[in-house]
Design a protein around this ligand. Structure first.
Ligand code: SF4
Length: 284
C-alpha cells in the first residue's frame, strides 16, 4: 500500500502542498485502499500537479473542471475511491459553479482544496479567498472585492461533510481526509496551504495565530448545521476541524434509478441488435 511514486514534486521548498500530498497518501493507506482502488483527479494550478505525484490512477484535467471529471469517474466506476483536488482559484473561481452543484448533487467524491489565498502558478494574483485589501500584482492598491466565505457557501449548498485543516497539522489532516473518504457522499476539505513564494501575508505563522480549533470550542457539535454556520460567521471562517457532518443523506449514485448493480465500467454495455431495433422503432 505504497502511494508514493518516483515523481519528484516541483513545488517550491516549503510549499504547504507537500503536506497535503503526504496526508492523502497516508489517509488512503490507513483506510485500507490499494493504489488501484484510488483515482485522483486534479485541475490546474500548482496544487493541480498532485494527481501526478500519487501512486494511483491520476487525471490532470483542465482549469476548474476537476469535479465534472471526478464525478464522471465515480459514476462510471463506483468501486473506485475518487479524490478531486486543486487550488482555491481552480475550485472557487473558474470552477465555482461545479463546486456548488457537486455539493448539492452529493456524488461520493472527496474534494480537497489547497487554499493559499493567491494564484501561485501564474506568479501571484488575487484569488477568491484573498482578503479585502490584499495587495498583489493584480491588485496593487489592495483588493476591493470581499473574500469568499467558502464554508458558509458550502453549508448552504447542502454539503454533507465539511472540514477545514492546516497543512502543517499532518495528524489532524490525515484523520480528516480518512473521514472524508469514508463519508458516503460529497465531502469538501479546505486545507490552508501557504504559498511561501507569493503570499507574504497568509504565512504559516499567520495561520497559527489566527486559526481557531473547533475542538477548543466547548460544546461544538458538528451535526448541528445552525451551530456550524454561527461559528463560521463568528470566526470569519478561520476555523479548523470537522465543521459539519450529515451522514444520513443518500449519495447521488445510491439514489439514481437503475444504479444499484455492478459498476458501469464492469458491465457489458453492448446493445443486442434486436434491442437496438426495438428502441429505434419506439423513437422513430
Ligand atoms: Fe507552492 Fe506558491 Fe510555489 Fe506554487 S508558487 S509551488 S503555491 S509556494
Amino acid at each position: 500500500k505504497d502511494f508514493r511514486n518516483q515523481v519528484k514534486p516541483n513545488w517550491c521548498p516549503g510549499c504547504g502542498d507537500f503536506s497535503v500530498q503526504a496526508a492523502i497518501q497516508r489517509a488512503a493507506a490507513n483506510v485500507g485502499l490499494e493504489p488501484d482502488d484510488l483515482a485522483v483527479v486534479s485541475g490546474i494550478g500548482c496544487s493541480g500537479r498532485i494527481s501526478g505525484y500519487i501512486n494511483a490512477y491520476g487525471f490532470h484535467g483542465i482549469h476548474g473542471r476537476s469535479l465534472p471529471i471526478a464525478q464522471g469517474v465515480k459514476m462510471a466506476n463506483r468501486d473506485l475511491t475518487v479524490i478531486a483536488s486543486g487550488g482555491d482559484g481552480d475550485g472557487f473561481a473558474i470552477g465555482m459553479g461545479h463546486t456548488i452543484h457537486a455539493m448539492r448533487r452529493n456524488i461520493d467524491v472527496t474534494y480537497i482544496v489547497m487554499d493559499n489565498q493567491i494564484y501561485g502558478l501564474t506568479k501571484g494574483q488575487t484569488s477568491p479567498t484573498s482578503a479585502e485589501g490584499f495587495k498583489t500584482k493584480s491588485t496593487p492598491s489592495g483588493s476591493i472585492e470581499s473574500s469568499l466565505s467558502i464554508m458558509e457557501l458550502a453549508l448552504s449548498s447542502g454539503c454533507g461533510f465539511l472540514a477545514q485543516s492546516f497543512s502543517t497539522d499532518l495528524k489532524d489532516l490525515v484523520a480528516i481526509i480518512e473521514q472524508g473518504i469514508e463519508h458516503k457522499g460529497f465531502s469538501l476539505i479546505n486545507v490552508f496551504s501557504p504559498c511561501v513564494t507569493f503570499n507574504k501575508v497568509n504565512t504559516y505563522d499567520w495561520f497559527k495565530q489566527n486559526l481557531v480549533s473547533l475542538s477548543d470550542i466547548e460544546g461544538y457539535d458538528p451535526t448541528n448545521r445552525m451551530m456550524a454556520m454561527q461559528t463560521l460567521m463568528e470566526h470569519d471562517g478561520l476555523v479548523k476541524g470537522l465543521i459539519y457532518h450529515n451522514p444520513t443523506r443518500p449519495s447521488y449514485q445510491e439514489s439514481v434509478r437503475g444504479y444499484s448493480g455492478e459498476a458501469l465500467s464492469k458491465q457489458n454495455l453492448t446493445l443486442p441488435e434486436e434491442k437496438f431495433q426495438e428502441l429505434m422503432t419506439e423513437f422513430m
